[in-house]
Design a protein around this ligand. Structure first.
Ligand code: MN
Ligand code: MN
Length: 391
């Protein structure tokens, strides 16, 4: 048990390190690069004034007008709204019964999603020649690799709400590749040749993107596709995170994690549900292999980051807000409210790695640690050694 806990929040397996290094393309410093920037070497670096830390919390639900139509709403946090978040963008989307986010793809980002309320049906086409239709409910996640064509539809007679995460902060939901946008801007004659429908049909199409359309409520069970001969893939895009995520209970909270080890298609993201009880903290730690992006489902708290050179910054957040912590930056989270702080957490790596301050201290000889801080050997020996993440 102890080994498992330690393995989960403190250390990564050798194989996991290997996968992460390959997937994130860690660059070794080349001699060429060293020569190209001599000013960054030596004492001058330490003396140099540092830029103040950027704001790292944004109110995605209230920060912008976003998109609104009869079928639903979409609000996003890209680098435009939330500049610090270079590697991850988020969208909060609501769809009304019968509404659908039209068939589209994203040229520069993979899409991840978590169902907050209601039910959603998705279709996706993949380059291996298969297609997939999956139904999702609260607590489920999906992952569509970059460029794979997909569609999202509210299922049932209640509205749905889901959070989308993209593995590029430069992505914009309002600048994706939608099927109506393409078809309506190609000449009707070409479209007639391409589809077999008359050119007069295409000539009448509005020359704009539908984005969120309103249609008939999706039926159960899942209907056959126009061409039922196109083979199905077996729910490769769906994972039940709330039900089947790797669960860890701590003194002051819990975590359910899904990495590429559990959900193989999720190659650019590790996702997590985290709960921090009132008065508890997610202890001081950092992630050597990933940026961290958070969305507050419920509750309120404060995130504190450490960016070297004496730079620390604390920002409060609450329901509907997002936070971003750069790779390698020290941080901790405190629940400052009276209810459980519930978070969705994304990392831009297929595997999870974390190092905690407490584990680090405890991994050194007591005299050495005592000499760092001027503490006694007794104090060094009494340092908390929970190997826990939230307490
Ligand atoms: Mn999409
Ligand atoms: Mn973290």
């Amino acid at each position: 048990m102890e080994t498992t806990r330690r393995g989960f929040l403190s250390a990564a397996s050798l194989s996991a390190v290997g996968i992460a290094a390959a997937a994130t393309g860690i660059n070794m410093l080349t001699p060429e690069k060293t020569q190209a920037s001599p000013k960054k070497m030596g004492k001058a670096t330490l003396a140099k004034a540092q830029e103040p830390l950027e704001d790292f919390v944004y109110d995605i639900e209230n920060g912008s007008e976003g998109y609104k139509s009869e079928g639903g709403t979409a609000k996003e946090a890209t680098v435009e709204e939330f500049p610090v978040s270079q590697s991850i963008a988020g969208v909060s989307m609501h769809l009304q019964p019968g509404a659908f986010r039209e068939m589209h793809w994203h040229s520069i980002a993979a899409e991840w999603a978590y169902i907050l309320e209601g039910q959603v049906r998705t279709t996706v086409i993949t380059p291996d020649g298969t297609t997939s239709t999956d139904d999702f409910e609260k607590g489920d996640i999906w992952y569509f690799p970059k460029g794979h064509g997909h569609m999202l539809q509210c299922l049932g007679n209640k509205p749905c709400h889901f959070l989308l995460g993209f593995d590029s902060g430069h992505f914009s939901e309002f600048g994706t590749f939608s099927i109506t946008d393409w078809v309506s801007h190609v000449s009707p004659e070409i479209m007639a040749r391409n589809t077999g429908l008359p050119a007069s049909f295409f000539a009448k199409l509005p020359k704009k993107e539908l984005y969120i359309g309103v249609g008939k409520i999706a039926v159960e069970p899942r209907p056959k596709n126009i061409n039922p001969a196109i083979p199905y893939s077996n729910s490769a895009h769906k994972f039940r995170m709330a039900k089947d995520g790797v669960y860890q209970q701590f003194k002051g909270g819990s975590v359910k994690m899904v990495s590429s080890l559990e959900f193989p298609i999720q190659q650019t993201i590790t996702s997590m549900l985290m709960e921090i009880e009132p008065g508890a903290i997610r202890e001081l730690h950092w992630h050597p292999n990933a940026d961290e992006w958070q969305y507050v489902i419920e509750g309120k708290g404060e995130v504190s980051i450490f960016g070297s050179h004496g730079r620390v910054k604390t920002m409060p957040y609450s329901k509907g807000m997002v936070a971003f912590i750069k790779q390698g930056y020290g941080h901790f989270i405190e629940n400052t409210g009276t209810e459980t702080l519930k978070l969705i957490v994304l990392f831009n790596s297929p595997v999870y790695q974390s190092l905690s301050l407490n584990d680090w201290l405890n991994s050194n000889p007591p005299q050495l640690v005592a000499d760092h801080f001027g503490m006694s050997l007794e104090q060094a020996a009494s340092l908390i050694n929970h190997k826990d993440g939230i307490y």
